[in-house]
Ligand binder design. Structure first.
Ligand code: PGA
Length: 252
């Protein structure tokens, strides 16, 4: 499996021009990292413009969220079906900021994962414990419950065909500069793999990618790849600085 680097721009940048510049700067280096899978997840309103900029660059586009229903009277929501026209074939689902600020539940996340898989959009499913859960030694328990419910009624075939990406993102590590210990990420990686074997079988492991996210920088990126056995990284804050983001891609 190739190495995956996902940029989550969140609610940034504020201006289209800045978004275009960021994408253009990253694209200029794309020939150097053609064997790696780089996925940029910008705000929805920039997808159209970024599709043009990134055409033929090999850099892929992803959404930061989708709605759990395909279509209808859901004011303000974006359908997974709308993404394909923008060559946007990935979607972050269940990010901790959505769980926290928009009160997304495991049930809704499960609906979204199912819908994405049905529509051939690869889910980037985010799971992770918060600070209190970490202090109470509940990390594995939380991960098991989040993953089991997110994958409820999802078959082995759906998982394999979708190329599911599971992102381990401890909530306390996101945007804090307090990145997780690579050894802990290694044990989480093994735990997730064991859980996938329990829920499905060993064959799914060949198709599921596990990535780490939470205060990744150009200094720590390669450590996770080498010591935690993950297939890739999900980068938030630092993905907004083209130089640093390119360094991350080059370093792994
Ligand atoms: P961060 O964000 O790299 O700024 O910690 C990661 C994420 O939220 O995906």
């Amino acid at each position: 499996m190739g190495k995956i680097i996902i940029a989550n721009w969140k609610e940034n940048p504020i201006k289209l021009k800045e978004a275009e510049k960021l994408a253009t700067d990253i694209k200029q280096k794309s020939a150097d990292f053609s064997e790696k899978e780089v996925i940029i997840c910008p705000p929805f309103v920039y997808l159209s413009s970024l599709k043009e900029i990134l055409a033929d660059s090999g850099i892929k586009l992803g959404a930061q969220n989708i709605f759990a229903e395909m279509q209808g009277a859901y004011t303000g929501e974006i359908s997974v079906g709308m993404l394909q026209d923008f060559d946007c074939n990935y979607a972050i689902i269940g990010h901790s900021e959505r769980r926290k600020y928009f009160r997304e539940t495991n049930e809704e996340i499960n609906q979204k994962v199912k819908l994405a898989m049905k529509e051939k959009v690869t889910p980037i499913l985010c799971v992770g414990e918060d600070q209190i859960e970490k202090e109470n030694d509940q990390t594995m328990q939380v991960l098991e419950s989040q993953l089991t419910s997110a994958l409820n009624e999802i078959t082995e075939k759906m998982v394999i065909n979708s190329g599911l990406i599971v992102a381990y993102e401890p909530v306390w590590a996101i945007g804090t500069g307090n990145n997780a210990d690579p050894e802990v990420v290694l044990s989480v990686n093994i735990f997730i793999k064991k859980l996938l074997i329990k829920l499905y079988n060993r064959a799914v492991l060949k198709k599921v990618n596990i990535v780490y996210g939470g205060s990744v920088t150009s200094k720590t990126a390669s450590v996770y790849m080498e010591e935690s056995g993950v297939n890739g990284l999900l980068v938030g804050g630092v993905s907004l600085k083209s130089n640093e983001f390119i360094k991350i891609i080059e370093s792994i």
